[in-house]
Ligand binder design. Structure first.
Ligand code: NAG
Ligand code: NAG
Length: 227
């Protein structure tokens, strides 16, 4: 089920993006970037990532709404021990998530290959974040400035609400627990905008929109924050 507009490369111009979506509502852009066929996907394959980055330190954050705790581990240790399916009853505040806090010197070869979504916003400059996460993991509801999210590998489900329609959720609970416990009880008018994005698709979210994500597979993803 997907109730977010999907526009493909031939059906939208930059002007239309600005007028219809940039300040108004999320949209999924399909086929605008070619990262699925670029070297970036080769770099993102597990064995290649491990070969290149095994010894590097990565900074993990707890997966709750206010990301309290940060932990530094070797990338290899993260892939071998922490990149596993998420148990349903674990707290977001006890889940370690690898997303952002990237050392751009060490991950240079990956970011250099990445081709960002083409539509910019006036006066905004892009900043990239890279992450990898196991099935069932995700970030619970939170909000910030506008941006894009692309999966290089895997599938990621998105749930979004407008800035003035904050969803009910516990900040320390995972998206998985929200999806299994709260979501089924939502009234029709309380349902989020939602969709699963796959390689070749980029989700755009406007400023201050609430969003939560759920990785359906082991996923490799890059976000472009327009700050
Ligand atoms: C980033 O990585 C480089 C090269 O390994 C290292 O010298 C530098 O201290 C790191 N920066 C941070 C903020 O950890
Ligand atoms: C969430 O977890 C953090 C860290 O364990 C704790 O300090 C905080 O009080 C918790 N918040 C709520 C609302 O339970």
């Amino acid at each position: 089920e997907c109730n977010i507009d999907i526009r493909d490369v031939n059906s939208i111009t930059h002007t239309e993006f600005i007028e219809e979506y940039a300040y108004a509502k999320p949209v999924i852009l399909r086929g605008l970037t070619d990262n699925t066929v670029r070297a970036v996907i080769l770099l993102c394959i597990r064995s290649n990532l491990l070969r290149e980055y095994a010894e590097k330190m990565v900074r993990l954050s707890t997966a709750n709404t206010h990301s309290y705790r940060k932990v530094d581990v070797r990338f290899e240790e993260f892939v071998k021990f922490l990149l596993t399916p998420q148990p349903k009853d674990i707290l977001g505040s006890d889940t370690l998530y690898f997303f952002g806090d990237n050392n751009f010197t060490e991950w240079h070869s990956l970011f250099e290959e990445y081709k960002a979504p083409p539509f910019s916003l006036p006066l905004m400059h892009p900043a990239y974040s890279f992450g990898i996460a196991g099935p069932g993991t995700g970030v619970p509801f939170h909000w910030h400035g506008p941006g894009y999210s692309e999966v290089i590998y895997g599938r990621k489900r998105w749930f979004l609400y407008p800035p003035d329609e904050a969803p009910e959720f516990h900040p320390n609970h995972t998206t998985l627990s929200w999806v299994s416990l709260s979501y089924p009880n939502l009234e029709l008018h309380q349902r989020p905008l939602e969709c699963t994005i796959r390689p070749g698709e980029v989700l755009y979210f406007p400023d201050r929109w609430w969003h939560a994500t759920l990785n359906l597979d082991t996923s490799v993803f890059i976000s472009t924050f327009l700050g």
